[in-house]
Design a protein around this ligand. Structure first.
Ligand code: C2O
Length: 603
């Protein structure tokens, strides 16, 4: 049996600059494989002098939290999910694509059914069948477009996709249908005809979308006769990339989509966008700082797979509405960018609704950056919790896409983890959000006073649930553990769990969560990203299957899980016995009923 000593780990992680960290193994370092870690001298695991990040100053304390538990987490390295996930693997019933009423006007149609798949033609994905002449280097869009040859290729490729016959699965229209099929419940789940497969708000999100842009990129390359062609990524986590890349605004090009919000074409993106009636009143610099802090929180403060990738989803679940818990990768800013880019009317078309999003070429550019965030989270950020999930039911889930020759191919989640093996990589860009000093200014502290040891006197601050979310809800939440060591913090993330139920929402839905904040919220205003901001629930409205097949049992047991450990350190509340939690409704929350606010610990 392999055994890693503390010093082995120290060498491999500590001596490698942050952004050049050797790709982590594709197979997760998962306890389920019986992969033992031993650590006899945990103290040496957080010798900060050994760790030199490559770019700029970085918050040491986060590094220590991230690294301190390399050894401390010995006993609990795992998928971050319950081990008893033994239900059947999800399989799409691709022969039975159903009509949906996903479109904004409620009409029932087949807008989510790609061309029928001939089962005799369907093959399993094999790496050797999809060779790559070169490693495709995906570049930030705002830099890639400076290369006129690349830009011409890109426009030509999209133009060709647009002009393919609409029966061709490689046409833009059909590519969008493939997304719609998996996002609006067009496929029943094999063995569970009353449920519809849904890739959003679950752990399917990252992998499904990686495969989607993988084939989109191969198709583009084939159509222009350049098999090494690489997609651009919308570098919205860097100040230079925080506007719609200019090439998408060229009205005469194939990259243009008229169904975008005309007010946002040249604006700095608001990564916490509320779609409220009042547009953000920040100047560009303030908006950029807010955005950087948001990305910092969704990436660096999120330390466990469940919190990053989303909740487990196995056959028999009714998809997103049972224990729905999108990960930070999906919730914000991914969802917000969809809404911010799409129109304000017509149900948010194109980008603002899942059924139509992939009709806009910018969708694939946006998702390339989402995909890049996945790579950065698992490879470049510190902390042994940042691993791909290693749960058999998860690894064996498959989707069906069409390749560059229009052939159907069955792809498995297990083959999606290693981007270089798939033939692509991302050109490095500085990660300014790692530097706390480049993000939004720190507000002044308003910590809740420590409560006395005997709690009988503080009851008045604790709200009774259930409570409808039609105004700000503020409640006190007691903390089961405090004063945790760096090793304990690495081992277990302290997580704020907002439990709620909801009726159907058809449009964008969002509420924000703050901890120990001063409590002045302009409900029609902008979300302020600051240290006290813990995260948001965001959901693009969409239906699943005709008449919303998933409504049965819908809206129960939804949980929003937000990492607290770094936040509490930021606001100086790590030793407090209780925290004050504010839930701030933003849009579409009319039918949301909060049923509980608790703290859990996730290993
Ligand atoms: Cu399937 Cu960005 O969405």
């Amino acid at each position: 049996m392999a055994s890693l000593s503390c010093s082995t780990l120290t060498t491999s992680i500590f001596h490698t600059p942050l952004l050049l960290k050797t790709p982590k193994p594709t197979k997760s370092k998962n306890g389920t494989n019986g992969f033992p870690y031993s650590c006899k001298k945990p103290i040496s695991c957080h010798n900060k002098n050994n760790y030199e990040p490559q770019i700029g100053p970085i918050d040491r304390r986060n590094m220590l939290i991230g690294l301190g538990g390399l050894c401390g987490s010995a006993a609990t390295l795992n998928s971050g999910l319950p081990a008893n996930t033994l239900a059947a693997t999800i399989e799409p019933d691709y022969q039975n694509c159903t009509l949906t009423d996903a479109a904004w006007d409620g009409s029932v149609g087949d807008q989510c059914c790609p061309p029928k798949i001939d089962p005799s033609k369907l093959v399993d994905f094999k790496f050797e069948n999809y060779p790559n002449p070169v490693l495709r280097v995906r570049k930030p869009a705002h830099l890639a477009m400076k290369d006129p040859i690349w830009l011409e290729d890109y426009k030509t490729g999209i133009a060709k996709m647009r002009s393919l016959p609409t029966t061709d699965p490689r046409s833009l229209v059909q590519q969008a249908r493939v997304h719609c099929a998996y996002c609006d419940g067009a496929y029943p789940v094999v063995g569970y005809p009353d449920t519809r497969l849904e890739v959003h708000t679950t752990w399917l999100f990252a992998s499904f979308h990686r495969w989607e842009i993988y084939f989109f990129e191969r198709i583009l390359g084939k159509l222009i006769g350049k098999p090494g062609f690489a997609l651009p990524y919308w570098n919205w986590d860097h100040p230079d990339g925080m506007r719609i890349p200019a090439m998408f605004n060229d009205i005469n090009s194939s990259l243009y989509d008229p169904k975008r919000n005309p007010d946002h074409l040249t604006k700095v993106v608001d990564l916490a966008y509320n779609k409220s009636f009042i547009e953000p009143d920040y100047n560009d610099q303030e908006q950029i700082q807010q955005n950087l802090l948001l990305v910092r929180k969704q990436m660096l403060y999120v330390t466990k797979p469940e919190l990053f990738f989303g909740a487990e989803y196995v056959a028999g679940d009714v998809g997103q509405f049972k224990s729905a818990n999108a990960g930070s990768l999906e919730r914000s800013p991914h969802n917000n960018i969809h809404i911010w880019t799409g129109q304000k009317t017509e149900g948010g078309q194109n980008m603002g609704a899942f059924w139509s999003a992939a009709r806009d070429p910018i969708f694939y550019c946006h998702h390339a950056n989402v995909d890049r965030m996945w790579d950065i989270w698992t490879r470049d950020l510190p902390g042994e919790g940042r691993v791909n999930l290693n749960v058999p039911d998860y690894l064996n889930i498959y989707f069906i896409f069409f390749d560059e020759n229009a052939n159907p191919v069955r792809v498995y989640i297990r083959d999606s983890f290693d981007s270089e093996k798939l033939g692509f990589t991302y050109q490095k860009q500085p990660l300014l959000w790692l530097d706390r000093n480049k993000t939004a200014p720190k507000p002044k502290r308003t910590t809740l006073k420590a409560v006395p040891k005997r709690r009988t006197a503080v009851k008045s601050d604790v709200v009774e649930f259930p409570k409808t979310l039609n105004s700000v809800i503020e409640t006190k939440v007691e903390r089961p553990k405090k004063n945790r060591s760096a090793i304990e913090k690495e081992k277990e993330e302290e997580v704020l769990v907002i439990s709620f139920e909801s009726g159907m929402w058809m449009g964008f839905c969002k509420f924000d969560v703050y901890v120990n904040d001063d409590g002045k919220y302009d409900l029609k205003g902008k979300t302020q990203i600051k240290d006290e901001y813990a995260g948001s629930f965001t959901s693009l409205g969409h239906k699943d299957g005709e008449k919303g097949m998933m409504r049965n049992g819908m809206g129960k047991n939804i949980e929003l899980k937000l990492a607290l450990t770094n936040l509490l350190d930021d606001i100086g509340a790590a030793e407090d016995e209780a925290i004050q939690v504010a839930i701030v409704p933003r849009i579409g929350t009319e039918s949301i009923v909060i049923t509980g606010v608790d703290i859990q610990f996730i290993a």
